[in-house]
Design a protein around this ligand. Structure first.
Ligand SMILES: [Zn+2]
Ligand SMILES: [Zn+2]
Length: 144
C-alpha cells in the first residue's frame, strides 16, 4: 500500500483557496466568496488572480475528488442563523419577513421581491428588515 492512495494532497494552509469541510465548498480567502468546482481554474487565472500553473495546479489537485458544488445552482444554502462561515465576506443586506429570501439590494427587495407577496401593500417598507448576510454564492442570514 502506498500513501498515494490516501486521497488528494492537502491544501497548503496558506493557499488562497480554503476548503470548508462543513459546507463542502471551496472559498477564496482574498475575494471572500465561494467558488464552485467548474469556476476554480478561471477564478485563479483571471480577474483578481493571475496565477501561473505552478500556483493554481496544486490547488486544483488538492480539491480534486472532494465533494463540492459544480455550478452556481449547487451552492449550499445554510439555514438562517448559521454562524458566519470563515473567510466569507459579511454584507449589509435585507431579509424578507414573510419568507426566507435574503439579498443585499434594498431596491430588489423593495420593488422586485414584493411581487412575491401580492398581499403586501404597494410601497410597504415593513415586510423586510436589515440584516447582516453572507451572500455571493452562499446566501443566508446570520445573527447580528
Ligand atoms: Zn479570488
Ligand atoms: Zn419574501
Amino acid at each position: 500500500m502506498s500513501d498515494d492512495n490516501l486521497g488528494p494532497p492537502p491544501l497548503h494552509p496558506d493557499a488562497v483557496i480554503r476548503y470548508n469541510e462543513t459546507w463542502k465548498v471551496a472559498i477564496c480567502r482574498t475575494c471572500k466568496i465561494g467558488v464552485h468546482g467548474n469556476a476554480l481554474r478561471g477564478h485563479l487565472t483571471q480577474g483578481n488572480h493571475s496565477y501561473r500553473k505552478a500556483d493554481w495546479a496544486p490547488i486544483l489537485k488538492a480539491l480534486d475528488g472532494r465533494p463540492q458544488p459544480m455550478s452556481k445552482a449547487d451552492f449550499p444554502r445554510p439555514p438562517h442563523n448559521t454562524p458566519p462561515i470563515p473567510d466569507l465576506q459579511i454584507w449589509d443586506g435585507f431579509a424578507c419577513n414573510l419568507c426566507e429570501y435574503v439579498i443585499t439590494s434594498q431596491e430588489v427587495m423593495h420593488l422586485r421581491h414584493r411581487k412575491a407577496h401580492p398581499d403586501v401593500p404597494r410601497g410597504s417598507k415593513t415586510f423586510y428588515r436589515p440584516v447582516k448576510v453572507q451572500v455571493k454564492s452562499i446566501a443566508y442570514e446570520y445573527p447580528s
